[in-house]
Design a protein around this ligand. Sequence first.
Ligand code: SF4
Ligand code: SF4
Ligand code: SF4
Length: 230
Amino acid sequence: MSTIKYKSWRGWLDIKRREFLKAAATTIVVAATPIAVTSNAQSKDSRKRKRYAMYIDVSKCYGCMACVVACAGENNVPIGGFRTWVERHVKPDGSVIFVPKQCNHCENAPCVHPCPTGATFRREDGLVLVDHDLCIGCGACVEACPYGARYMNPVTGTVDKCTFCDHRLAKGLLPACVEACPTGARVFGDLEEDGELKELVESQPVEVLKSWTGAEPMIFYKGLPKEANR
Ligand code: SF4
Ligand code: SF4
Ligand code: SF4
């Protein structure tokens, strides 16, 4: 043992850890090379970064509310609560336009830091979620959200909002609102993967709500009228 090992317990642990990893790597290469290749590929794939997002084409929305109804049914949204809503705006020329809204799963989410218990958090895949076991219903996040996307659930006494239907994503399903939309106004996907969402967001001008807040929303709109972005 060299003296370095006794400089501090942390330094000693670092050295032991390096020795262990070196020994473990040798064992894996010698004893289990074929398995190591497979499991390495799998773990690499499961660690691949995701950045979930949604695209909404306002020109395709005609305010049928199928998304709102589907969301409420899927997520047990109580009467008086909401996870998504559809705004109706009248443009100066008198035409009516519908704009679906919900939590934007902001990259720099203003609702996260004010939470005193850590109940509101941003997951690695970009979903901003609420841990209902930790939520004390103080409402700090409701106040902090510049989009009015959160509400106090009177049944659970905790804060609720859109989760991008994380329970459905885990089963490989689309969010309920996306599946229910009869016109395809809503498109969901992973911005880190080539696909329809990435193509739509990157191939044309798109807008986010209240970009000046610095929240960096992950819902991208095509054809957003200025009346809906105040
Ligand atoms: Fe938080 Fe509001 Fe952004 Fe959703 S829209 S992540 S609730 S700040
Ligand atoms: Fe509701 Fe799920 Fe759509 Fe969010 S993604 S608005 S929770 S249906
Ligand atoms: Fe608009 Fe589609 Fe929702 Fe109907 S289901 S209100 S068309 S986004």
